[in-house]
Design a protein around this ligand. Sequence first.
Ligand SMILES: Nc1ncnc2c1ncn2[C@@H]1O[C@H](COP(=O)(O)OP(=O)(O)OP(=O)(O)O)[C@@H](O)[C@H]1O
Ligand SMILES: Nc1ncnc2c1ncn2[C@@H]1O[C@H](COP(=O)(O)OP(=O)(O)OP(=O)(O)O)[C@@H](O)[C@H]1O
Ligand SMILES: [Mg+2]
Ligand SMILES: [Mg+2]
Lengths: 254, 254
Amino acid sequence: MARVFAVANQKGGVAKTTTVQTVGAALAELGEQVLLVDLDPQACLTFAVGLEPDSLSPTLHDVLLGRAKCADAIVTAGGMSILPANIELAGSEVHLLTRTGREHSLARALAAVRDDFDTVLLDCPPSLGVLTVNGLTASDHVLIPLQCEALSHRGVAQLLDTVEDVREFTNPALSVRGVIATMFDARVKHAHEVLDDVPGRFNITVLQPPVPKTVRFAEAPGRGRSILDHAPTSAGAAAYRAIAATLHADVSLD
Amino acid sequence: MARVFAVANQKGGVAKTTTVQTVGAALAELGEQVLLVDLDPQACLTFAVGLEPDSLSPTLHDVLLGRAKCADAIVTAGGMSILPANIELAGSEVHLLTRTGREHSLARALAAVRDDFDTVLLDCPPSLGVLTVNGLTASDHVLIPLQCEALSHRGVAQLLDTVEDVREFTNPALSVRGVIATMFDARVKHAHEVLDDVPGRFNITVLQPPVPKTVRFAEAPGRGRSILDHAPTSAGAAAYRAIAATLHADVSLD
Ligand SMILES: Nc1ncnc2c1ncn2[C@@H]1O[C@H](COP(=O)(O)OP(=O)(O)OP(=O)(O)O)[C@@H](O)[C@H]1O
Ligand SMILES: Nc1ncnc2c1ncn2[C@@H]1O[C@H](COP(=O)(O)OP(=O)(O)OP(=O)(O)O)[C@@H](O)[C@H]1O
Ligand SMILES: [Mg+2]
Ligand SMILES: [Mg+2]
């Protein structure tokens, strides 16, 4: 029975995609059957795992429109399964906007395959639109990558409002598993304060440890390789492995 | 006669907002009348210049829906004028999606005020949706903030495709002024190669100099203050001032 996590934060560039790819890879190292779902028309996750988005068919777009099954669209890459995206997914956003029950489109499609996996990770786009709402509606838990810089708590408040709406209208069981401190730069004044402020301000957990900011992530990984492959002894790899181990062991999630 | 620049890149967190705020402030230092337009429902620019988005009325949302004029919504902050946003702007995206001529909504509204300014800078959201297309349709020139990391040229190609569509269908006069290398980290392997590759690959200019990656940007500026205020002698401030000086002097843009 898979646990489904939405990795969400509407702010751009806070390591949602990096978190999905790396936590996914670390869970696969621990023996889990992992499914990654690319909910972003920019298809960065699909590209990062070594696929060529524009050459794929069917994709998540076809699944959300009901013209393909999940199982038809899922491919394997890097020891994990992925339900890939490409730019056509922008069409889903338009198509779903005006349809009743549109929030449940992904949940319905995933229902058929989720029992084949231990963990499903959904990579949300940088917006609180219909694709992210589909992700939250289809999930058991939310993981919030947080870049600990000046104004990040404002975005968290907005995201938690959306989570509350989803709990009220489309997915009462949705819970917030916690915040992952991404690209954590200890030299930034107040980075620690921003992080320490989270539990009290929002009543949510901060997963440990913070993932350090390191150029190893920014370097061109061989496409299809996460930092666990191309810099396995780095502090960044160790941090994501520790976070994955926490989720792997977390029977409270079942 | 204002020059209107769309600052666009659908990738998240590549310093679009930072570039709009800082180039705008630098142009104002040079004596220009500057209008900033916040095209992002997350209203990060509006917040960064010291305004409280949720307390503002009317905003760009009201302008795009035709129920307020630009002049009613424009406020001043930090020596510049701003056409602000708040989360209601997400409603514009839905509203405009299905309306004929929707791409021209911003252009029509701005026509009434653009002659009051020397430069108008549009802060686009991290997507290629209807708000960014409105921005591109309303602009004379595009500035592309580029974070020189592994996969950034893929996003530039996608953006230039959208620019071509806009030139074909809604704004034949749109030109690409060039790329601004943002948060440039000389320690990242291939950062220089990514940048050097741009002119040949895309036939567009790279504005000089690259803006260095520096924690001074990430620190909590006093709200309403750009790096030109809170770290005026920093390399980051100097770089944005040099870029602004280039645009200020660029009579080829008229
Ligand atoms: N710990 C880290 N240290 C340094 N760089 C990092 C780290 N984590 C991620 N990055 C880099 O930051 C950039 C943004 O990361 P990523 O694309 O995962 O963010 P995102 O939130 O998915 O962005 P978007 O909002 O556009 O979907 C990438 O270039 C990535 O390689
Ligand atoms: N030169 C720089 N050095 C270090 N940090 C920077 C630099 N420029 C911007 N930043 C920081 O990077 C983060 C992202 O910048 P910004 O919000 O301007 O990006 P954006 O492209 O507008 O994001 P979004 O896609 O969410 O709109 C911010 O915390 C900002 O302070
Ligand atoms: Mg992403
Ligand atoms: Mg922005």
